[in-house]
Design a protein around this ligand. Sequence first.
Ligand code: NAD
Ligand code: IPM
Ligand code: MN
Length: 370
Amino acid sequence: MKKTIAVLPGDGIGKEVTQGAVSVLQAVGERFGHQFTFTFASIGGGAIDALGTPLPDETIEVCKKSDAVLLGAVGGPKWDGLPGHLRPEKGLLRIRKELNLYANLRPVSYYAATAETSPLRPEIIAGADMLVVRELTGGLYFGKPSERSTRDGEESVVDTLFYKKKEIERVIRLAFQLADTRRKKVTSVDKANVLESSRVWRETAEEIAREYPEVTLEHMLVDNAAMQLIKNPKQFDVLVTENMFGDILSDEASVLTGSLGMLPSASISEGGPYLYEPIHGSAPDIEGKNIANPIAMILSAAMMLRTSFGLEAEAEAIENAVEQVLESGLKTSDIALNGQKPIGTAEMIEEIKATILDNQAISNIMSCYS
Ligand code: NAD
Ligand code: IPM
Ligand code: MN
């Protein structure tokens, strides 16, 4: 299979981890006989420095022409003082909007090999397996007005939580479709006791639920959901929620896996291309030290193979290699146990690559003798 992939490394550890995903994909291409062509393009702080904009037109073009997009992370203290429309994060928000990526899927799975580094007790997290479906192109992030102003003669500020009903419907419908292929439970998270937008969200969830009689719908207020995620994560199958609630809850849910550096995501649209990115940021505190965990980005590449290209065996080859490496005891510092010597970003990438290629060699030997 031949596929073109746009790669947007961005800033900070984004650059380190995307390099890892590309080289792991090259190993997958080698093992399974696929040709992946990578086109690198700029976004975020680096693009501001080079071209004066966080999302150059050329980057949008490259993404639209590609079969899928891989993105590292954007942002950093160097650009924090810039006005809102010129910040690196604006580049990320705009590419999501340009590609109409209305839903962000953030799977959170339990890994036995990292259970001990989670601050949660093993019996609480063992077997937890949920999917956060985050609305991605609406809500508080995009509503207008969003500005400083003067109201009643006083210095004021406003952000707006705006949705068209259709935007709520499509993301909730997707959550139901996904739940139908899983454990058939949707938890719709809102703040319906306060916000009108949440009351419409809740009504819409009820309407869509009638199309999926096999799937159970429950509603949960977002403050309670934040607590339940930590207290009893196993109760959740698919969570669906507004853009900002989903942003916050998914960082919280990453604690189940031991680290933010473990959580991948897929952002999907009605047509494509889809975009794949880790849920973590550019982590300026660990940038350039070869200690970032590249697994979230590498698992995002696996999601790309499965979701955009239908390459199930190839996606599993990556996921199995990640699990094998972790089970062999090799860990980056964010998931290493106290007293255990961690390996670096580059070493983790090499281990995962080598495992993918070794597994090929082993399966070749097996087929010779079977
Ligand atoms: P962050 O996700 O970058 O980091 C939070 C904490 O998690 C830090 O201590 C960091 O060292 C750690 N961490 C994150 N990823 C890790 C990894 N792969 N391996 C090991 N440790 C990891 O969030 P932040 O510090 O709040 O934000 C830093 C910058 O990143 C900001 O400019 C923010 O806007 C940006 N950001 C970008 C994205 C994105 O591009 N998708 C997401 C979140 C934050
Ligand atoms: C994420 C990030 C972004 C978001 C920021 C950097 C705009 O936190 O991808 O989770 O809030 O969507
Ligand atoms: Mn976030």
